[in-house]
Design a protein around this ligand. Structure first.
Ligand code: G3P
Ligand code: MG
Length: 246
């Protein structure tokens, strides 16, 4: 298999289920647990600033309301992105991508940055995330950019061709080779629930790493690794003590 520098265990949405998702607290906890790699989701504020959040709306993960794409950064910064996870995280801010990259540098974490555009903002989000990541990346293992949106991936490739990209899908499509070529992508990320051993073997045969989300059972992860999977995204990095540093 081609080299996969992103670790076999990737903490999903920063610290997984152990911290409010997509927060700096999550990155801190992932690092304390010994994780080497994290994944987080990035969307644009109304004024075009890349911020960490999964949903297009604010209600589930913050004390705010409405659409991220209709809210300026200044207003997003007033929100509490921790309290809905647990009272102990009250006051945890909704971070910018710049803050998350700085925290990854500080904690020695490698990042998979998932470009998560709000509908209609695919090109702008792909370009903005790639440009800012290129600007802030200080060397070492580069952040891996991925997206369910192929438009966002294409925009990222134009803005920062030197940053590696992964095709992010539910299930590995039959035309994976053409899609990888189209985007100059180096890996495929698919849902573990849609794992297909034949497609995985076909990828492995040509040295394309496959990573699966979201796997919280270490035994399931071991089975996937045995089937040639390079890495899993997990909400429970604490359960992977034996292999989290591999
Ligand atoms: O990037 C892998 C995984 O995070 C994709 O699903 O919905 O958790 O962003 P989601
Ligand atoms: Mg994600």
């Amino acid at each position: 298999m081609a080299s996969w520098p992103y670790s076999r265990i990737i903490a999903h949405r920063c610290g997984g289920a152990l911290a409010p998702e997509n927060t700096l607290a999550g990155l801190r906890i992932a690092a304390r647990l010994g994780c080497r790699a994290v994944e987080f989701d990035v969307m644009l504020s109304r004024d075009g600033v890349p911020v960490l959040i999964h949903d297009e709306t604010l209600e589930r993960t913050t004390n705010g309301a409405g659409y991220v794409a209709e809210t300026d950064l200044a207003a997003l910064r007033q929100l509490d992105a921790g309290v809905s996870h647990a009272p102990a995280f009250t006051g945890e801010p909704l971070p910018t991508l710049a803050e998350a990259i700085a925290a990854c540098d500080e904690f020695g974490l490698i990042a998979n940055i998932e470009i998560k555009p709000a509908r209609g903002f695919e090109l702008a989000t792909g370009a903005a995330v790639a440009l800012l990541t290129k600007k802030l990346w200080r060397g070492g293992t580069p952040p891996l950019l991925s997206s369910f949106s192929e438009d966002a991936l294409a925009a990222a490739a134009l803005a920062a061709p030197q940053l590696p990209r992964a095709l992010l899908v539910n299930e590995v499509p039959g035309d994976w080779a053409q899609r990888l070529r189209r985007h100059g992508a180096v890996a495929v990320h698919c849902a573990a629930a849609r794992f297909d051993a034949q497609r995985a073997a076909a990828l492995a045969a040509v040295g394309i790493p496959l990573a699966c989300y979201t796997v919280n059972d270490p035994a399931r992860a071991e089975a996937l690794f045995a089937a040639g999977v390079a890495a899993v995204f997990t909400d429970r990095p604490d359960l992977f003590a034996a292999i989290r540093i591999s």
